[in-house]
Design a protein around this ligand. Sequence first.
Ligand code: IPE
Ligand code: IPE
Ligand code: MG
Length: 253
Amino acid sequence: MTTGMDAVRQSFGRPDGFPRHVAIIMDGNGRWARARGLPRVEGHRRGLQTLREIVRHAGDVGLECLTLYSFSSENWSRPAEEVRELMGLLKIFIRRDLAELDRAGVRVRVVGERAGLAADIAGLLDEAETTTAANTGLTLVVAFNYGARNEIARAVRALARDVAAGRLAPEAIDEAAIGRRLDTADMPDPDLIIRTSGEQRLSNFLLWQAAYSEFLFVPTYWPDFSAAEFDRAIDEYLGRERRFGGLKAGVGV
Ligand code: IPE
Ligand code: IPE
Ligand code: MG
C-alpha cells in the first residue's frame, strides 16, 4: 500500500537536490506599467518578453518542469479591454514562438479549464501540446484559465462519474487517485513556487500540488524579473531544508 507519506516523498526532489519543478506566479505587470506612466497592457507586453527569457533559461539550466501562471479563472473579471489584450498576447506567443520552442525540445502542456474557451484559443493550446508532445527537453506548463479549486472540482466530478458508473469503488479513492485526475497528473509536484511583485498569496494556484512546496516571494515586478534572479531563487531553494513532516537525517533519538 502506498501511504500518503510515500507519495509525498516520491514526488519530490532529485538526489543532487536540484529542483525538478519550478512554478512561477508572474505578477506585477500592471504596477510595472503604472510606475512608468504607461498603460497596463504595456506591462503585459513586457511581461511576455520576460516569459520568453525565463523559458529559454530554464531549458538551458536543464530544469525538468517549469509552470507559469499566465491567466487565472478569476482574471476574467478584469476590464474587457485588458482581457482581450491578454488573450491576444497568448495567441502571439503560441503563433510566433511554437516553432522555436519545438526546435529547442520544449514540451508544452496546458493546465486549466478548456471548456468554454474561444475556439481559436482552444485550437492553439491543442496545437502547442500536440506539436511538442514527443519532445524530451523542458516541460513548459502553461496555467491558463487555471484555478486550483476549479481543477479539484473537475477531478472530483470525474471520480464521482466513475463511481456512479460502477467503474470505481469509493474505497479506491486515495491521494494518488485524486492526483491522477488533476490536470497535472504525471507531473512532479512543484519543488519551488516563486511569486513576483511582493504579493504573498497563492491566488488559487496549485493548491493541492503545493502541499510541501517551498515558497519564495520576491519584490521584483514580473517585467523586471531576469535569468539572474531566477538563478538566485534556485540558490535560495538549495539552501532550504525540506522535512516533509519528518526530521532531518541524523536528528532524533
Ligand atoms: C500579472 O500582472 C499578469 C496577470 C495576472 C495576467 P498583473 O496584471 O496582475 O499586475 P498587477 O498585479 O496589477 O501589478
Ligand atoms: C495571479 O495574479 C494570477 C496570475 C499571475 C496569472 P493576480 O494579480 O490575478 O492575483 P491577485 O488578484 O492579486 O490575488
Ligand atoms: Mg496582479
